[in-house]
Design a protein around this ligand. Structure first.
Ligand code: AMP
Ligand code: ZN
Length: 112
């Protein structure tokens, strides 16, 4: 069986604070927020990371379109940052593609 944490969250087997859902995308609040607004946007399809995307797959584009809608709903009018960690050097802990939306304050100038 699929042992992926985010697949279980999407399936409702593990609770989450949902902020958005459509046919292809699910979004919920990060359990350990790094900014006043910290939301994870994930494709419902299991994809391990951005490194596994293909030209034929629209999962990432759908996530980014959803992220813009979510940012508007969350009134992130001053801007926000979208981050997707890939692999161990980036600190990816959940091997299901996800985009962090970070906002609600002036974010650090450094990204690494
Ligand atoms: P990453 O380190 O990029 O793989 O991000 C994984 C994120 O998932 C981290 O920011 C965690 O705080 C978050 N996370 C882990 N478990 C949960 C959960 N059950 N609900 C919400 N967010 C979670
Ligand atoms: Zn998954």
């Amino acid at each position: 069986m699929n042992d992926c944490l985010f697949c279980k969250i999407i399936a409702g087997e593990i609770p989450s604070a949902k902020v958005y859902e459509d046919e292809h995308v699910y979004a919920f609040r990060d359990i350990n927020p790094q900014a006043p607004t910290h939301i994870l946007v994930v494709p419902k399809e299991h994809i391990g990371s951005a490194a596994e995307l293909t030209e034929e797959n629209s999962a990432a584009a759908r996530c980014l379109v959803a992220a813009a809608k979510i940012a508007e709903r969350e009134a992130l009018t001053g801007g926000y940052r979208i981050v997707s960690n890939v692999g161990s050097d980036a600190g990816q802990t959940v091997k299901h593609l996800h985009f962090h939306i970070l906002g609600g304050k002036r974010l650090d100038d450094t990204m690494a």
